[in-house]
Design a protein around this ligand. Structure first.
Ligand code: ADP
Length: 263
């Protein structure tokens, strides 16, 4: 039993370490890829050999990013657990209930789901945890009140977007946005928020593990997360999760195919 405990503890610290390294490594790989792509644009009449070298840089930075993703999946150990079809409207109504019962009345809350939303294949408990962490952070960012909006829509990531964003691959996603009108963050802080144990909250109020868990769960679902924030104006987290292109009937759990809105 003790051995099991030690193993679990060791795995947890490896997970934390790997999560931190993986995030830093992505921050290193992204400028390499961007610089190579910009350089390529600056040199229009490039010879074939040099073109090949650019392709090598591009392919291998992408490969590095894929490896980072795998390490994160391993570290989190979420892969292959309790996967079901998860409907975002179910997730949202659970969050809505908690927010309405426990958040201060000075926070105005709204949800918005685009019709014919696709579904996610994933671990409902973990996805719930992602949303909870994001709304609690939003609440903490609005001590004097404000508005908190969560919304969801179908998006298609095309080749152009996937080329520019290391973590994204071409395909169908559900984009969940959590937006607040709180204190916001400086770019320096945004750079660090996914690091395990990074927190700006006073001692005892924050662990700094919320967003590293969020990122780990999203990565293990094959998704990615974007952040935009302005000091004094607010913050928006956009969570992208791979979607299965079926829209679920709200009443029954049955699935039906989208009515001719594709092809
Ligand atoms: P914790 O909430 O325990 O501090 P997190 O990993 O969830 O840990 O968040 C890390 C830090 O990111 C927070 O301490 C805060 O500085 C910043 N942060 C996260 N979400 C927001 C937000 N919505 N608005 C402003 N700052 C935020």
């Amino acid at each position: 039993l003790e051995a099991q405990f030690l193993r679990a503890q060791r795995l947890e610290s490896i997970g934390t370490l790997a999560g931190g390294i993986a995030h830093d490594l992505n921050n290193i790989l992204t400028p390499i890829l961007t610089a190579a792509q910009l350089l390529q644009l600056k040199l229009p009449n490039i010879d074939e050999r040099s073109q090949q070298m650019f392709t090598t840089i591009e392919t291998n930075t992408k490969r590095g990013a894929a490896l980072v993703k795998q390490v994160l999946q391993f570290a989190r150990g979420v892969e292959g657990k309790k996967r079901t079809i998860v409907q975002v409207n179910h997730l949202f109504s659970e969050i809505e209930q908690i927010v309405q019962e426990t958040f201060p009345k000075s926070i105005e809350f709204s949800t918005n789901i685009k019709s014919d939303l696709w579904a996610i294949v994933g671990d409902a408990t973990h996805l719930h945890q992602v949303l909870m962490n994001l709304v609690v952070n939003a609440r903490d960012a609005m001590p004097d009140g404000g508005t908190l909006k969560i919304s969801a829509e179908n998006v298609f990531i095309d080749e152009h977007y996937a080329r520019m964003n290391l973590e994204a691959s071409v395909g169908s996603y559900i984009m969940i946005s959590v937006a607040d009108t709180g204190i916001g963050m400086s770019p320096k802080i945004v750079d660090r928020i996914f690091e395990p144990f990074f927190t700006t909250k006073e001692f005892g109020k924050g662990t700094g593990l919320g967003l590293s868990t969020v990122r780990g769960i999203i990565t293990s679902h094959g998704g990615f997360v974007n952040v935009s924030s302005n000091v004094g104006r607010g913050t928006e987290f956009k969570v992208f999760l791979p979607a299965v292109e079926v829209t679920a009937t709200p009443v029954a759990e049955n699935l039906e195919l989208p009515k001719g809105n594709r092809e």
